[in-house]
Design a protein around this ligand. Structure first.
Ligand code: HEC
Length: 127
């Protein structure tokens, strides 16, 4: 057999395996947030630390219990985009040594607004 053909054959096979694995992982993890409800975005990006109801059962995020009065829609939108700079201005967070990462840039504005509405609902339920 011609060595060049064998090389191309092997390369083609490797490419097919890689592409297959990529598809199996959901196209490389590109999530379409634009069609998700606020609760769905919360479930995907927030609940692992804050818990499904916002009580932070495993302690990796802050609990939302008693936090409703500190936040409104606008401040939450600013906070999730840039937690480190907003926390400095929040009396109850300013001295905390913990930190939260900003929400991925791939989450569009409308989805962020639905997410924040959901967080406010959770906080309302935990007043
Ligand atoms: C990897 C864990 C983690 C994830 C994921 C996470 N957070 Fe947090 N969150 C934290 C931590 C830790 C704090 C406390 C930060 C501090 O002390 O300054 C916090 C604080 C907050 C607060 C302030 C609560 C208060 O005490 O007033 C809000 C609101 C909040 N997160 C919302 C969200 C939202 C919405 C998402 C999803 C987009 C999210 N978080 C994802 C860990 C997380």
């Amino acid at each position: 057999m011609k060595p060049l053909l064998v090389t191309f054959g092997i390369l083609g096979l490797l490419l097919a395996i890689t592409a297959g694995a990529f598809m199996a992982m959901g196209g490389g993890g590109a999530v379409d947030y634009s069609t998700m409800t606020g609760a769905e975005v919360y479930g995907k990006l927030c609940s692992q630390c804050h818990g499904g109801r916002g009580t932070a059962p495993n302690g990796s995020g802050n609990s939302y219990v008693g936090k409703r009065d500190y936040w409104d829609k606008e401040s939450l939108l600013t906070y999730i985009a840039d937690p480190r700079s907003v926390k400095k201005k929040m009396p109850h967070l300013a001295r905390s040594k913990r930190a939260m990462n900003p929400i991925p840039r791939s989450v569009p504005t409308a989805a962020r607004e639905r997410l924040v509405d959901h967080v406010i609902q959770l906080m309302d339920a935990l007043k």
